[in-house]
Design a protein around this ligand. Structure first.
Ligand SMILES: NC(=O)c1ccc[n+]([C@@H]2O[C@H](COP(=O)([O-])OP(=O)(O)OC[C@H]3O[C@@H](n4cnc5c(N)ncnc54)[C@H](O)[C@@H]3O)[C@@H](O)[C@H]2O)c1
Length: 272
């Protein structure tokens, strides 16, 4: 399916690790919609080799960059500038917490790991935009997106320090979005996606229960990865030019539902 929504547009896509990744689907859909882009991921992730398959399929270059490294980001944006001149969209689809990986309880956080989670999962969004802005690489009305999760607003046991990272990420989108809008007419948003079966998602303690609960409690059920990618495409397109500084829920209504009828029914007879 193509509506040429991104025809002529150029961009950078961070965070495609394998075919389950949200960024992978965004890349496939962006290509179908006529975009050209550079794919990037951390050097260690590239060693797994799967990204080359996506690059071939979407006719794109791969440039390694650890998103926490200013030097790597400078190099990435220089390459993008050489190839495209200006660009129209950036996807930040990155999250990582060592406290989550090592199953360290939120209240017992290791602060070196905590700092790393903030840097990789949130502050990196600021770094990406700082360098993009310094290099003046974005076209007017360009669109920058990062992926977030409802744990930025609601406490979700098991999401750990990633909850704090997502709150910071959303704040950076609003605050940087203000300046980028005023100075360059560039828009910045986050999309808050349903639990999704990916490598990062699977690392969350109790992920399967969380996935099932969200699916059960959402009027429309959990939003699939492909639909998340479609939302990203619309946000990169000219159909959403005046949307900026927003956290946009893409979650089947989960974020606005206190409790659903069918969840209530479970408790009628003392389910617990
Ligand atoms: N899976 C879910 O349930 C879910 C729900 C809502 C939001 N999200 C968000 O979606 C985004 C994408 O995650 P995903 O679920 O597709 O999982 P994923 O594991 O496929 O993607 C995470 C990516 O982050 C990259 N990354 C980690 N450290 C990096 C670094 N230092 N430099 C550059 N890249 C680095 C990984 O290599 C990987 O490609 C994340 O921000 C995640 O928090 C996921």
């Amino acid at each position: 399916m193509s509506n040429n929504l991104l025809k002529g547009k150029k961009g950078i896509i961070f965070g495609a690790l394998n075919s389950n990744s949200i960024a992978w689907k965004v890349a496939e859909r962006a290509y179908e919609e006529g975009a050209e882009f550079i794919l990037t991921n951390a050097p260690i992730a590239l060693r797994m080799g799967e990204l080359n398959e996506l690059a071939k399929k979407t006719n794109s270059d791969v440039v390694p960059a650890d998103v926490t490294s200013i030097e790597d980001l400078e190099n990435l944006f220089n390459k993008a500038q050489e190839k495209f001149g200006k660009i129209d969209f950036i996807l930040h689809s990155i999250g990582m917490s060592i406290n989550v990986r090592k199953k360290i309880h939120y209240t017992e956080a290791n602060y070196d790991f905590y700092d790393k989670a903030m840097d990789i999962s949130a502050i990196s969004f600021h770094k990406v935009m700082k360098i993009a802005k310094e290099k003046d690489i974005m076209n007017e009305w360009g669109s920058i997106l990062a992926l977030s999760f409802i744990a930025a607003q609601l406490s979700i046991p098991g999401y750990n320090d990633m909850s704090d990272a997502k709150s910071l990420l959303e704040s950076i989108a609003r605050t940087f979005g203000y300046y980028y809008g005023v100075d360059k007419k560039v828009r910045v948003n986050t999309i808050s996606q349903s639990p999704t079966k990916t490598t990062a998602g699977g690392g969350i303690k109790g992920f399967d229960s969380l996935y099932n609960f969200a699916d059960y409690n959402s009027p429309l059920g959990n939003a699939p990865t492909l639909d998340c990618a479609n939302y990203c495409i619309v946000m990169f397109s000219d159909l959403t030019k005046y949307v900026t500084m927003q956290n946009l829920y893409h979650d089947g209504g989960f974020s606005s539902t206190g409790v659903s009828d069918r969840t209530m029914e479970k408790f009628e007879k003392g389910f617990y």
